[in-house]
Structure formats: structure tokens, C-alpha cells
Design a binder for this molecule. Structure first.
Ligand SMILES: O=P(O)(O)OC[C@H]1O[C@](O)(CO)[C@@H](O)[C@@H]1O
Length: 186
């Protein structure tokens, strides 16, 4: 092959489909998420139902390397609470991440180490800079799959243990409307 011209990976922006490169897909089932929903027991009614899938290019890790992936978060609720990702800080706290909304509608929930939380609407074309020292979670408030492209340092890692009481906000549907609720244990 001509080493002076290397074909890039590709992303279909409208759907989040990744191609032209080695891919890894990780699917998270409702049954894996019982600890994060208010009505955790309800997740056991459909434990094998996929809540979301993360596709990412299988590229080298290490200092200075970036990962590129797309999270496809499916529509649905557990009780009145919308499907969401686990949410995490980065092991390497100082490392940030960038999300790009591709399709669907939802919220990006962020929370700093002081416990202050906020949300940003996610939609096709939205751009989200997740600062370092900030936990983050995607929430699907729509009726279609919410897909977001993410770019993050390969050394960032995922810390799921530093939110023992969860996030300070929960997002539910009430009287047909999206409600962002401040809670003690999110
Ligand atoms: O690991 P979580 O919190 O379920 O989030 C899903 C994915 O979202 C990302 O932040 C971006 O794809 C990944 O790092 C993470 O695996």
C-alpha cells in the first residue's frame, strides 16, 4: 500500500455508524444497571434487554492516544426514569472528553467533585466539552435511539466507584414531560 496516503476511519454522522476500521462493540444490558435506577428491581423484569451499546475503533492505547467511540443509548424507562448510561469519573480525573450529538434527543448529565450537577441537551449537532474532574452520564429522553460520538484520552479510564450515592440529579418523565429532579442519591 502507498504509505503516503492512508485511508481514514469513517463515521456516518446521521446514524453514528463507524466503518473502515477495526471495531469493538460493548453492550450493556438492563440487568447490569439495577444499581443505578431508583426502581432497580424493575430492571430484573427484562435483564437481557440492551440499554445501550458502545462502538469504538480498536486503536492503540497509551499516553497521547485518543479513543473514538459512539454510544447508542436506546429509548425506554425503568419506572418513570429514562434509560441512561452508568456514568463515571475518569480514573485519570484531570482528563476530559468531548461528546458530539448525532441523533435522537437526551441529556448529558455532568457532576463535579464538589457534587454540583447540571445537564446539557443532546441533539444532532450538539457539542459538549466534558471538563476534567467531571463525572458524566447520557440520558435518553426521546422515543428514538440517542447516539453520541465521544473522543477521549485512551489513558482516562473509568471510575465507577467514586459516585457511591450516584448523581445529584435524576431525570424522569412526569405528566408526559421531562423532569430534572434534584435528589440525594441519584
Ligand atoms: O461507561 P459508561 O458510564 O456506561 O458510559 C458509556 C461510554 O461512554 C463513554 O464515556 C464514551 O463512549 C465511554 O467512555 C463509556 O464506556
Amino acid at each position: 500500500m502507498n504509505d503516503l496516503l492512508i485511508q481514514p476511519f469513517q463515521l456516518a454522522w446521521a446514524t453514528g455508524a463507524l466503518s473502515h476500521g477495526p471495531l469493538i462493540r460493548k453492550t450493556t444490558l438492563l440487568g447490569d444497571l439495577s444499581a443505578i435506577f431508583t426502581d432497580g428491581d424493575a430492571t430484573q423484569l427484562f435483564p437481557d434487554r440492551p440499554a445501550y451499546a458502545v462502538d469504538m475503533f480498536d486503536t492503540p492505547g497509551g499516553e497521547g492516544e485518543l479513543y473514538v467511540g459512539v454510544t447508542h443509548l436506546y429509548p425506554g424507562k425503568v419506572g418513570d426514569e429514562y434509560f441512561m448510561t452508568r456514568g463515571h469519573f475518569h480514573q485519570r480525573r484531570e482528563q476530559g472528553e468531548v461528546y458530539f450529538g448525532l441523533q435522537g434527543e437526551g441529556l448529558l448529565l455532568m457532576q463535579n467533585q464538589q457534587g454540583q450537577a447540571w445537564t446539557e441537551p443532546v441533539f444532532a449537532g450538539s457539542v459538549h466539552i466534558i471538563p476534567g474532574y467531571t463525572a458524566h452520564r447520557l440520558i435518553n429522553t426521546g422515543s428514538q435511539t440517542l447516539s453520541a460520538l465521544a473522543v477521549w484520552p485512551s489513558t482516562a479510564g473509568h471510575d465507577y466507584t467514586s459516585l457511591p450515592h450516584g448523581f445529584a440529579l435524576r431525570v424522569i418523565e412526569k405528566a408526559g414531560k421531562v423532569r430534572i429532579m434534584a435528589v440525594k442519591h441519584g
